[in-house]
Design a protein around this ligand. Structure first.
Ligand SMILES: Cc1cc2nc3c(=O)[nH]c(=O)nc-3n(C[C@H](O)[C@H](O)[C@H](O)COP(=O)(O)OP(=O)(O)OC[C@H]3O[C@@H](n4cnc5c(N)ncnc54)[C@H](O)[C@@H]3O)c2cc1C
Length: 307
């Protein structure tokens, strides 16, 4: 069976990867059709609106504004981005709070953090060293570096266990959904660079604005929701409904477990899904964050006091 060059390129998955793929192919003048089993675009990047007007992202997510692909893809102005300040307030196991800030964006505040009880002076100077190291490389160079696991990388870099447990585990364990820090170290270096260089921001109307913006630029009718692909059969895709579609080519932009089902033997990670729970609270009084725009990290893993 040969591919039908008069048929569209079919992209399975309307998450960020599928929509980015469709955007580039459309810009290149190719006919595309995007199929997704879900009832909206975005995949893992979804926002639910509650009847009383709150917009809740599915999982705490931020857009790092320096991501090279994001800068090519999005119209940031139309997203009304709201940025966090670069740094974090960390609640330590002994109940005290300390603030770590990005030394490039807030040099004076970062200097004052030298005296904070998280890690020793050498730990803080290592942060500065890592900041300078990642600044000397392009994102592609960092991603191409040989990778070990992040925890091994941090220990070899010389950080104390206290610094790892009180800063890296809650911060990057939260970013990777991996408190064990087994994530590849070259990816850690890349993400660290992105935090240093850009802002961590959320669109005013929630993260789903990102996929919605890409979807809105595609011709009407390109994206077909509630359409699960059951199998790939040569140049055809067979839908769960039983219908078969001819394709010029197929791009799979699905999650790992779905990839393993559609392309068994392709080396997709078989298990490996990480689950996380996101809980939202409404504060009736002043914001517990005191309006400082800094993220809170709970290194203690117990409840955060409200006073
Ligand atoms: C809680 C959480 C927090 C995160 N925080 C951040 C963050 O702060 N910053 C950041 O950059 N990234 C973050 N990420 C990661 C980011 O969300 C993902 O990397 C990204 O959304 C993956 O996009 P994707 O298009 O590759 O896959 P997905 O979003 O998983 O999209 C795959 C799509 O394929 C569809 N699909 C699957 N199987 C089929 C089938 N058989 N037929 C049809 N359709 C199918 C699915 O319905 C889905 O829409 C976070 C992820 C989570 C879960």
């Amino acid at each position: 069976m040969t591919a039908d060059s008069s048929a569209p390129i079919v992209i399975v998955g309307a998450g960020m990867a599928g929509l980015a793929c469709a955007t580039w192919l459309h810009r290149a003048g190719r006919a595309v059709r995007v199929l997704d089993a879900a009832d909206a675009v975005g995949g893992r990047v979804r926002t639910d609106a509650t009847p009383d007007g709150f917009r809740l992202d599915r999982g705490f997510q931020v857009l790092l504004t320096d991501y090279p692909e994001a800068r090519r893809m999005f119209d940031y102005g139309a997203l009304s981005l709201r940025a966090f300040r670069s740094g974090a307030v960390i609640r330590l196991p002994n109940g005290t709070e300390t603030t770590l800030q990005n030394p490039l964006q807030r040099p004076l505040a970062a200097l004052s953090a030298l005296a904070s009880p998280i890690g020793g002076l050498a730990d803080k100077l290592r942060i500065l060293r890592l900041v300078l190291h990642v600044q000397q490389h392009t994102p592609a160079e960092l991603l191409a570096r040989p990778g070990t696991d992040t925890l091994g990388f941090l220990r070899r870099y010389g950080w104390s266990e206290s610094m790892i447990d009180n800063f890296f585990r809650p911060f990057f364990g939260g970013v990777f959904l991996d408190r064990g820090l087994g994530t590849a170290s070259n990816f850690f270096e890349f993400v660290f660079q992105q935090f240093v260089r850009g802002e961590a921001a959320v669109p005013a109307l929630g993260m789903q604005q990102l996929p919605e913006q890409l979807a809105a630029r595609l011709p009407a009718g390109t994206i077909q929701l509630n359409t699960a692909v059951a199998a790939l059969e040569g140049p055809y895709v067979r839908l769960a409904s039983g219908e078969t579609l001819a394709t010029a080519a197929v791009a799979l932009a699905v999650d790992g477990p779905a990839l393993a089902r559609l392309l068994p033997g392709a080396g997709a990670p078989s298990a490996g899904s990480r689950l996380t729970t996101n809980t939202y609270f409404v504060a009736e009084g002043p914001s517990p964050g005191r309006g400082d725009g800094l993220l809170r990290l709970n290194a203690a893993r117990g409840p955060w006091p409200t006073t």
